[in-house]
Ligand binder design. Structure first.
Ligand SMILES: Cc1cc2nc3c(=O)[nH]c(=O)nc-3n(C[C@H](O)[C@H](O)[C@H](O)COP(=O)(O)OP(=O)(O)OC[C@H]3O[C@@H](n4cnc5c(N)ncnc54)[C@H](O)[C@@H]3O)c2cc1C
Length: 495
């Protein structure tokens, strides 16, 4: 990365211009939204600059989100399998022990490998990467925007300032973990950042918030032997999922010894001599007190839009999130927003990266189509996994659809038995009249992989009739999709 933008311009002063280059696109933020947009812009022949405030590309997803958590999840899965080694005909594994520093080392090595991969891809696609803090400066002048870049001083206006000219700007600054009022993250009160570098596996952990981030960490650490308590304000965990999925995940979490408290309002989080104490009002109105080594606060993520001079533009905000049209254009001509900062889109890496591709295709005047909100898969990497796309049963009914539902349990799938994971099900919500698939909800083995087939089917507007006759290899977990489509017509073979 070009470390100091001003230095690249060769100018010694405090305020400089970045050479005389006018970029087609300047992207602020190098998370999955920003880096994907940069690569695609390069592929489309656009002169592209990618501005990143830290010294590494990749954003939340690569450094403290998707990649490290899924690495630890894989380690947890291996650990879970080891516990059953004898059942699998493997003796003499001795007494397996977790070597946490090694687990963290592998996680960090995977991150480092992918940072290098991104650097390579930027070079390959002729993207200029610039290390610095980008801010907007206002509307374009004669069709040319200016981004100011501070080389030091983080979010402030301190440090050397330089300017970069571009015909279009993509804002992709991502999000931060929300903290409960009055709390600050440290070694006992954790967000997704601190929990990923704890020196040891905690004996006990309270997770506040049962969205994807909260349940994933709860599930991972439970596998590693931590006593996990989940405290969720809403009446169910993974509240955006189909109700039956929440119910099944709760059942399986309880079976694994996770203490699940829903409808619970946190009143107080305090530090004790050795750990933390969380006081909450439970669903029956009773005060409950739980103590643990650590508490993870996973109550959502706020968009990083408050320190980039948005007010100098016409960009409109909705509770801090940037409003865009379906091509990711903001109200300020030539400025687009993508990723976690956009209003009305899920805060998911693949949603942001596709938004980046849509935006740059629009800029390049290429064939493109906008994102269909109902075709964005949601994956929760717990044990068991959850994968879903489209409408839940309740949402389909609310929208006035007459529906048919098909449900197939993994208990009837031979591969699920082979991999020793036969809890859970596939649920299809289909339009009753034409059989169009409106939603697919999976909880069980490899749900986050199998869901891809449903996304493609729904994107191509496939109907249950057609899908019932698509050939699925045997024995595979994805055969459960075939049976679930059959179940919509009361004709699952294996149930
Ligand atoms: C624990 C956890 C697990 C997750 N797991 C998954 C998962 O499995 N699958 C999934 O799809 N999603 C997952 N997510 C969500 C996913 O990480 C985010 O949706 C994704 O990272 C958002 O991408 P983004 O590009 O919008 O922002 P970010 O990834 O947050 O990247 C924004 C980048 O912009 C930079 N930046 C910010 N402000 C400026 C500025 N002014 N100038 C220059 N640079 C700036 C930041 O340093 C950062 O590098 C997870 C999130 C968490 C917290």
């Amino acid at each position: 990365m070009v470390r100091a933008a001003a230095r690249q311009a060769g100018a010694p002063g405090k305020k400089t211009h970045l050479a005389e280059t006018i970029y087609d696109v300047a992207i602020i933020g190098s998370g999955p939204a920003g880096y994907t947009a940069a690569i695609r812009a390069g592929q489309l022949g656009l002169k592209t600059a990618l501005i990143e405030r830290t010294d590494q590309l990749g954003g939340t997803c690569l450094h403290v989100g998707c990649i490290p958590t899924k690495t630890l999840l894989f380690h947890a899965e291996v650990w879970d399998h080891l516990k059953h080694a004898t059942d699998y005909g493997i003796d003499n594994v001795g007494e397996p022990k977790i070597n946490w520093p090694n687990a963290l080392r592998r996680k960090n090595a995977i991150i480092a490998k992918h940072v290098k991969g991104l650097e390579f891809l930027m070079k390959k696609n002729k993207v200029t990467t610039i290390e610095g803090y980008g801010r907007l400066t206002g509307p374009a002048q004669d069709g040319i925007h200016t981004v100011s870049i501070y080389t030091e001083g983080g979010g402030g206006a301190a440090g050397e300032q330089s300017f970069l000219k571009a015909k279009n700007i993509l804002v992709a600054t991502g999000s931060d973990a929300k903290m409960l009022p009055g709390l600050e993250a440290d070694t006992r009160i954790l967000t997704n950042i601190e929990i990923l570098s704890m020196p040891a596996v905690p004996k006990s952990l309270i997770v506040i918030g049962a969205g994807a981030v909260g349940v994933e960490f709860g599930s991972i650490f439970r596998s590693f032997g931590t006593e996990v308590t989940i405290v969720e304000y809403l009446p169910r965990i993974v509240p955006v999922e189909d109700e039956e999925i929440s119910k099944e995940l709760t059942r399986q979490f309880k079976k694994r010894g996770i203490d699940v408290n829903t409808g619970a309002k946190v009143e107080k989080v305090e530090k004790t001599e050795a750990g933390v104490r969380v006081t909450f009002t439970d669903q029956n109105g009773k005060t409950q007190i739980k103590e643990a080594d650590k508490v993870l606060v996973a109550v959502g993520r706020s968009p990083r839009t408050d320190n980039i001079d948005i007010q100098k533009t016409k960009i409109e905000l909705d509770r801090g999130f940037i409003k865009t049209n379906e091509w990711m254009e903001t109200a300020e001509p030539g400025i687009f927003a993508i990723g976690d900062i956009v209003s009305g889109y899920p805060q998911l890496a693949h949603s942001g990266s596709m938004a980046g591709m849509v935006a740059v295709a629009k800029i390049a005047g290429r064939h493109y189509r906008s994102i269909n909100r109902l075709r964005i898969p949601a994956c929760t990497y717990t044990e068991p996994q959850v994968g879903s796309v489209g409408l839940t049963e309740a949402a389909a009914k609310e929208k006035g659809h007459e529906i048919k539902v098909g449900k197939f349990p993994f208990a009837g799938n031979s591969k699920a038995t082979i991999v020793d994971s036969h809890d859970g099900f596939v649920k299809i919500v289909a339009d009753a009249k034409f059989g169009e698939v409106l939603g697919v909800h999976i909880i069980g083995p490899q749900a986050t992989e199998i869901i891809a087939e449903a996304v493609v089917a729904m994107d191509l507007e496939a109907t249950v009739d057609e899908l019932m006759y698509t050939i699925h290899a045997h024995p595979t977990l994805s055969e459960s999709m075939l049976d679930a489509y059959g179940a919509v017509e009361g004709m699952a073979i294996n149930a």
